[in-house]
Design a protein around this ligand. Structure first.
Ligand code: GAL
Length: 392
């Protein structure tokens, strides 16, 4: 499998500061050598695969988390670790219990993709007390108990969506042309959601200000367009309301900026059933879920920002191995994995204001024209009908 597929060149590398975890900001000012654990005596004791790893995923109701869970579980097992994998049905109380059970079970390291980062503070403090390092996976938990954050560059995901809209509608040369747009953002409990939203808005704002892009419903603020739990039906219902309230008179809708694929699915359904116009509406997404890839082939969705979560799992495994081995983890880590990612010690911080050392992978735009890139990852196959399905 090609590991560096879908990569683009990264910008300047982040400063090579040695940190010991999100709650150890002062360590960056200390020149003495540090190890990679959040506690002073880490629990795990080798990188040879002797240890138990707790993998806490948010839900199975969204396709990507099934993939993340499977890839993580598989890769850690292949590396010789014992694993405990849970999905918490988008119920943050259940996720707290799941993590507490893992701690009681004696896990050596936790990998957590939070449903609601705030709701995990107690469980995170318990992990810190037990000296169990935590990798905050994909979504940041803003707690000092977190050792490292592994994700994609979330702001760039939104930026790519915004730039796609600018290019596709040729907004730079729009002249007097005007386009109507609506927005659907993600779950307010998910730390990523405002990053996606802001990345896109920062690109589109000048066109909104110039009147080239008009949000007909007037619903623009993150809170007005957010979607609890990234739920498809919730996105569908709001889209139906917007269409019946603002577009039933024949007003043309040109773009619907959707932060991810599960919301794009709901919006696409609403447009198919409730939109009076006959033009095709540009719809953005994120993740590369199978149903959305099908919609892209069928011209119902225009693009998705693809995140190779198999690579995210590979980076997480390598990081966990270093943490467990007590190795220093710093900027040099990115050279030890054959996957393009940036070491970022500036962008993310905990609620206490401590910077959280992060490893951020690179997202890529997928359209009808480059679906083959997904096949080339080895993770998807294309059927005779032209639709993609995951290889698992
Ligand atoms: C985000 C994640 C996205 C998307 C969304 C819904 O946190 O980064 O890739 O899957 O959650 O689960």
């Amino acid at each position: 499998m090609k590991k560096r597929v879908l990569g683009t060149l990264l910008g300047a590398a982040m400063a090579a500061t040695v940190l010991v975890g999100c709650g150890s900001d002062n360590a960056s000012k200390d020149s003495s050598s540090k190890t990679a654990t959040s506690g002073s005596e880490k629990k795990g004791n080798s990188s040879d695969g002797s240890g138990k790893i707790g993998i806490s995923m948010p839900t199975q109701s969204l396709e990507r988390w099934n993939r993340d869970g499977a890839y993580l579980d598989d890769q850690f097992k292949k590396a010789g670790y014992e694993t405990v994998l849970t999905f918490s049905d988008n119920d943050s109380g259940k996720q707290v219990n799941d993590i507490q059970n893992m701690l009681a079970d004696g896990v050596d390291l936790l990998i957590v993709a939070a449903i609601d980062g705030e709701a995990l503070n107690t469980a995170m403090n318990e992990a810190a007390d037990a000296k169990v390092p935590v990798i905050s996976y994909d979504r940041l938990i803003k707690n000092d108990a977190v050792s490292y954050y592994v994700s994609f560059d979330n702001y760039t995901v939104g930026k790519l969506q915004g730039e796609f809209i600018v290019d596709k509608l040729d907004l730079k040369n729009a002249g007097d042309k005007k386009y109507n747009m609506e927005i659907t953002a993600g779950d307010p409990a998910d730390n990523n959601a405002p990053y996606f939203y802001q990345g896109a808005i920062d690109v589109l704002q000048e066109y909104i200000d110039a009147g080239t892009l008009k949000i007909v419903s007037g619903q623009k603020d993150f809170d007005a367009v957010a979607t609890d739990q990234w739920n498809t039906d919730t996105a569908l219902e709001r889209a139906q309301n917007v269409l019946s309230s603002y577009y039933a008179d024949g007003t043309q809708l040109d773009v619907w900026l959707c932060s991810n694929d599960s919301t794009a699915l709901g919006v696409a359904q609403a447009i198919t059933s409730d939109y009076a116009g006959s033009n095709s509406v540009l719809i953005t997404g994120q993740d590369g879920d199978e149903a959305n890839l099908k919609n892209i082939v069928d011209g119902i969705q225009t693009m998705t920002v693809y995140k190779n979560v198999s690579n995210e799992a590979v980076v997480t495994l390598a990081l966990a191995q270093d943490i467990i081995a007590g190795k220093t983890v710093d900027a040099s880590f990115v050279d030890s994995v054959d996957i393009e990612c940036a070491y970022d010690t500036e962008s993310y911080e905990t609620s206490d204001g401590n910077k959280c050392p992060s490893f951020l992978l690179v997202p890529n735009v997928i359209t009808k024209d480059n679906l083959q890139d997904l096949v080339d990852t080895g993770l998807y196959k294309m059927g005779d009908d032209g639709y993609l399905s995951a290889n698992n």
